[in-house]
Design a protein around this ligand. Structure first.
Ligand SMILES: Cc1ncc(COP(=O)(O)O)c(C=O)c1O
Length: 418
């Protein structure tokens, strides 16, 4: 009889039930196709396509050469914490102090710390859907329940909104937290100040915490402004705030983020961090200071470049019959509505995306990876690609849709009208 090694039994049921970030699966498939010699166009990426800005790289090198390679304070080196507090306060008129934040190895660990420090089995956490998948997965890992409230899709002229009535109705006596990601992955929505103020009111009235993830706070278009949760005067009583360096400074692989919380909360949360990762990487923290305090010109140039790419992608997508696309106000994603096309060809968004990869070597993500049903009739397209790739990729998408809908034009038109 074969004996199962004991290590194979160590997986708790809950770990077995966790979903990975499904986006990574499609990206792995893209690599296989590229290895087979095909030119893949990857709209699945969740990072800027530019390398980390040179002055940041130079500072990391200096820190390494200078031997800054040991452990640091768990909550982060004081100069970096001061620089982060200054960044938030300058930008959002807040009054965050350096000892009210913890530097983390990326924003994801900050999300984990925030949720794990408050949520107990049986608790409920309200998550607008579609959503970045890490929030509900961590909630489930802790034995609690993510309660999804779908965003409202108001069509290609008005985009996406929070369903405030839905959020209010979802509150029960088990609800502990509302998660708001703004600007929003995957839809590119920027929830306006009225909506943010209302969420805040709901949280305050029901004694709930808000977990605010504003990691895309610099990716704003059409001169939009972000109403940051950190700018509320009494944020200390209601807020766990996450941000990071991955997107703004194109530092996804460096792993640097942070969590802001009231002083005694921050210091308690640090106890969990010290037992897991001790500290964020020392020389990366030095580079983080230069990222915040150095020139912002290259970052601003990148954002303006992304705005042009967004416009190009919108123009091209709108040439495809049946695709409804709203110009994102934030992030570097578009989330076009594909429902009319999918209905007319009888495909799910997953089937559509899988065939698009195999037949046209173009990667987009199905809305269902965020993480369940609300995005089922949408796909996510990242426009962090050069103009040539955007144009060619959308051309291939168009020809794919034309082939699929050939002979079904009437059905498609009926579907668009309905
Ligand atoms: C909304 C959101 N939060 C957090 C993260 C994770 O950031 P990091 O790579 O710093 O862990 C991402 C990355 O895709 C994201 O989209």
């Amino acid at each position: 009889m074969e004996i199962e090694p004991p290590t194979m039994k160590l997986f708790k049921g809950v770990i077995n039930s966790l979903r990975g970030e499904a986006g990574f699966r499609y990206i792995a498939r893209a690599r296989e196709i590229a290895r087979a010699g095909f030119k893949v166009i990857n709209f699945g990426v969740g990072q800027p396509d530019v390398p980390t800005f040179q002055h940041i790289v130079d500072e990391a090198k200096r820190a390494l050469d200078g031997g800054f390679t040991g452990y640091t304070e768990t909550s982060g080196i004081p100069e970096l914490r001061a620089a982060i507090a200054e960044y938030l306060n300058d930008r959002y008129g807040s009054d965050v102090k350096a000892d009210e934040l913890i530097v983390t190895p990326g924003a994801k660990p900050a999300i984990f710390l925030a949720i794990a420090s408050y949520i107990e089995p049986g608790d409920e956490v309200i998550v607008p859907e579609p959503s970045f998948p890490a929030y509900p997965e961590i909630v489930r890992f802790l034995g609690a329940k993510p309660v999804y409230v779908p965003l409202k899709w108001l069509g290609e002229d008005r985009g996406f909104e929070l369903d405030l009535d839905g959020i209010e109705r979802a509150v029960t006596n088990r609800t502990k937290m509302i998660v708001i990601n703004n600007p929003h992955n995957p839809t590119g929505a920027l929830f306006n100040s009225k909506q943010i103020d209302e969420v805040y009111r709901i949280a305050v009235e029901n004694k709930l915490l808000i977990l605010a993830d504003e990691i895309y706070d610099n990716f704003l278009y059409d001169e939009s402004r972000l109403r940051s949760f950190i700018s509320f005067a009494d944020w200390r009583d209601h807020l766990l705030y996450v941000n990071g360096f991955s997107k703004t400074f194109s530092m996804t692989g460096w792993r640097l983020g942070y969590l802001v919380a009231r002083g005694e909360v921050a210091s308690k949360i640090t106890r969990l961090a010290v037992n897991i990762w001790s500290c964020a990487t020392s020389f990366v923290q030095k580079a983080g200071i230069v990222a915040l305090k150095g020139s912002w010109k290259p970052i601003e140039d990148m954002i303006r470049l992304f705005e042009k790419r967004r416009n190009l992608a919108i123009e091209k997508l709108r040439e495809i019959k049946g695709v409804e696309v709203w110009p994102s106000k934030g992030t570097f994603y578009l989330f076009p509505y594909m429902g009319s096309i999918l209905r007319s060809i009888g495909m799910s968004s997953e089937q559509f995306v899988e065939q698009l990869v195999e037949r046209k070597h173009v990667i987009v993500l199905p809305g269902t990876v965020f993480p369940e049903r609300a995005g089922a009739e949408f796909i996510r397209i990242s426009f962090a690609l050069n103009d040539g790739a955007i144009a060619e990729g959308i051309e291939r998408l168009k020809s794919f849709i034309v082939e699929l809908t050939e002979g079904k034009e009437e059905k498609l038109q009926a579907s668009i009208n309905s």
